[in-house]
Write a protein that binds this ligand. Sequence first.
Ligand SMILES: Cc1cc2nc3c(=O)[nH]c(=O)nc-3n(C[C@H](O)[C@H](O)[C@H](O)COP(=O)(O)OP(=O)(O)OC[C@H]3O[C@@H](n4cnc5c(N)ncnc54)[C@H](O)[C@@H]3O)c2cc1C
Length: 412
Amino acid sequence: MDDEEHKQADVLIVGAGPAGLMLAVQLLRYGIRPYILDESPDTYNHAGLLMILARTLEYFRQLGLEDELRSKAIAANEQQDLPLDDFLLIHPSFLVRPLLHRLGDQACPIYWNTSIAEVSAGKKGLIIQLNQDGRRHELHISWLVYTCPDPVSRKETPSPRFSDHRRMYIGRATGRILTKPGQSINTDVQDAVNLGWKLALVAGGKAVPALLDSYKIERQAIPNDPLVWEEKAVLVPQRPPMGNNWLGTLRDALLRRQLRNPTKMRSFREKLSQLGISYRHSPLSHHHAHGTQFMAGDRLPDLTVFDEKTKKNTSLQQWCNKPGLVLLLMGTLNKNSLFVLSQWVLNKYPEILQLYYLPYSPANDAVFGAFELKPDAVKMIIIRPDMHIGYVNDTISAGLVETYLQGVIGMV
Ligand SMILES: Cc1cc2nc3c(=O)[nH]c(=O)nc-3n(C[C@H](O)[C@H](O)[C@H](O)COP(=O)(O)OP(=O)(O)OC[C@H]3O[C@@H](n4cnc5c(N)ncnc54)[C@H](O)[C@@H]3O)c2cc1C
């Protein structure tokens, strides 16, 4: 590392654990090159196995890293008899490997054996004094992201924290304690996905810093309820009933009954797999439509979509998988309106906003049904880069898109 090389950076990430690496990969996806340092000599590793839940797997899929992850899994849900959506059991070092490979492919270095000695306010951001192998370096940055307890004070956070003037806290650094088994690693990695696109827009000068406030609002609201008894019965291995274990028998019978109810089962699976995490109460979620099955703030459902262009089935998430926001128009739209709108998107928001049009066809009946949309009606959906629905309206209008992007997201 030399001083000249490190004079200026948009984002410094402290800690190359799963959350820090995921954030770095997310930032690179949007064209921001972060500096990453870690006080340890090598990468994340500890004994035991991690349970990677369906929502986290979707994010690896979005990055094209899912296959590498799956190839190293010790077990997957098809080998287990658990009422859980897709999940993997994997050794911790194999979780971070695909992320390290991606950073390597993009020539984004990680500075091991490096720590922060001092942080002070500069004219435009923060000035960081770094220690590397006994040598000091100065780094000027705009944003500092911690994934470990504040290295300067070394204090554990007294209560969960997410941001503090130009400093952001993700993963372990939030100080949040999750009580459900298997949720920590997933929640920590998903912090990085939530923050990644917002920080990239702000650091790239494309959105106002107030956008980052939504990171705290959304992530501090992640439910942290203790395991309810049905979850315990499923996740915590039970001893075989000994003698006359009438309580265990009654519990199992009740659980089986609960899980026979499809609605109950769906919500149970979504909760445990983190597919049900929603930001409906976020200031970024605006719902102005009649249907309520999928609302602004919800995860974009991974429905099967028939692509009229390629004449092939694909998944809605894959179809909308582009770095940036997606404007999805559904229903019956005349060619002129579509042309005018697509030209407007190209001129006004090149690279940041992608437009997709899904006309009605019987092959897409299920998608229209899910969004409660009649074939002759229209719906406009803005999908965030982290695959949450940001905006839904039953009217299609460039003005409304502009109001959302500028007034709500804070694009400049
Ligand atoms: C032994 C063990 C078992 C676990 N088992 C499970 C499990 O079964 N299921 C589950 O969900 N979760 C489990 N966890 C938790 C899981 O590992 C965390 O959720 C995850 O590590 C959080 O990732 P992170 O990147 O936020 O933080 P970390 O993984 O802690 O990464 C932080 C990084 O910051 C670096 N660092 C620390 N201090 C400094 C500093 N001052 N300067 C520079 N770098 C610094 C560290 O070296 C580390 O690489 C376990 C954790 C441990 C330790």
